[in-house]
Design a protein. Structure first.
Length: 399
């Protein structure tokens, strides 16, 4: 027995609060890639494009895990070099999550860096396959914050591993089994910071096709705020053997929404599937409308209160801690600058730092080692930060 890719779909969207879409993707079975770029101006887009374009269009015969690892390591070197040579691209980076389906072996290999994610939906259950390389995920794993706190954490978007910033990167690779009916999802954090896993699996299960599913996911992420670029790639695998006569699964429940192959197996025509799905959706809407008004209002208020409480706590803590912390960075004009505070931004445009001094020296003009000291945003004491900026100015003949 072997598998085939029965259906694939992709949708990308700028979201509601960004001006540009810095996500990139590639989908052509058996290869699927999502990259979420970051960096000033167009740099994020350059990084995510470079990552996606590093994948060979004709996959070599080597083991998929090796192909993924070597390709992503190569992409990292390419992006790092681009950023090193062009001051306009300094500090750019990107996530990369890629899947290669091995149809013969009935497995999917996944390579991953950053906080984009891969999921597998099997039997209605959504399972996250990748581990976020993010500050919040590390705090959660160490037990410093709860799952619930991680979900709504204001610093969710700070990632601890990406392609670009370092000359070498460690790539997570793994291989998971695939079977008839499995749906795999690869997405940027613009989806998962807006929708929790439960919501994502509900939207997937409800959709009548993958095309409809990715559209619904992006629409819903936008409805929830659309704070970031949203990219969703999905594919479904099925057995190459024609489904046996009869109905081995015992038939769908009344009104169940079916995706693709299981509907065919149940002997339903596409029209019938759509009719049943529409009826089920209408019934659900009626039920929701009856239950909704009060509950929803209360939930919104509670959620808003919780978010405000978390932000207030973080801001207060940050304000105290921040006064002792300094770091070097690059300001909007590209100058080496001294900042007081931590190099983080909260939602609603709240910065945890303030600029205390701007040197006339451009970060991009520094030799690589000194530039790394500026773009690394390492936290320092005041005296350490000040003496470093003095050193830089001296070495550039300014003092
Ligand atoms: Mn993003």
């Amino acid at each position: 027995m072997s598998l085939r890719i029965a259906e694939e779909a992709v949708r990308t969207d700028t979201g509601r609060q960004r001006n540009a879409n810095e996500d990139s993707y590639f989908t052509k079975g058996p290869l699927f890639v999502v990259a979420d770029g970051m960096g000033g101006a167009q740099a994020g887009e350059v990084a995510s494009k470079a990552a996606v374009e590093s994948f060979p269009r004709e996959l070599p015969a080597a083991a998929p895990e090796r192909v993924l690892e070597e390709t992503i390591e190569g992409a990292n070197r390419t992006i790092h070099e681009l950023a090193r040579k062009d001051p306009g691209l300094a500090g750019m980076g990107t996530t990369t999550t890629a899947a290669i389906v091995d149809l013969e072996a009935e497995v999917v290999a996944i390579g991953h860096v950053g906080d984009s994610r891969a999921y597998r939906l099997r039997g209605g259950r959504l399972e996250q396959l990748t581990r976020d390389h993010s500050l919040v995920e590390e705090m959660r794993r160490k037990g410093q914050i709860t799952d619930a706190q991680a979900e709504d954490h204001p610093q969710r978007s700070i990632i601890t591993r990406a392609l670009g910033p370092e000359p070498e990167v460690q790539v997570d690779v793994q291989t998971v089994p695939a079977q008839d009916g499995d749906v795999f999802l690869i997405c940027s954090d613009g989806l998962t910071t807006m929708l929790d896993d439960e919501k994502i699996s509900r939207l997937l299960a409800r959709a009548t096709s993958l095309q409809a599913a990715v559209r619904a996911l992006v629409d819903e992420a936008n409805r929830a705020g659309g704070r970031d670029n949203i990219t969703v790639v999905a594919f479904r695998v099925e057995d190459t053997a024609a489904p046996a006569a009869g109905n081995p699964r015992g038939g769908p429940g009344e009104g169940a929404t079916l995706i693709g192959s299981s509907a065919e197996e149940a002997g339903l025509s596409a029209t019938e599937v759509r009719r049943r799905a529409a009826a089920a959706a209408a019934r659900r809407r009626r039920e929701e409308q009856q239950a909704r008004p009060r509950r929803r209002g209360l939930r919104t208020v509670l959620k808003a209160a919780a978010v405000i409480a978390v932000i207030a706590a973080v801001a207060l803590g940050a304000w105290y801690g921040n006064r002792q912390i300094w770091f070097l960075g690059t300001d909007d004009s590209g100058r080496v600058s001294l900042y007081r505070g931590a190099p983080y931004e909260l939602p609603f445009g709240i910065d945890l730092y303030s600029q205390r001094y701007a040197s006339p020296i451009q970060t991009g003009s520094l030799p690589p080692k000194r530039r790394d000291a500026v773009t690394g945003h390492k936290l320092r004491s005041r005296s350490d930060a000040v003496s470093l900026i003095e050193d830089i100015e001296k070495s550039e003949g300014l003092r």
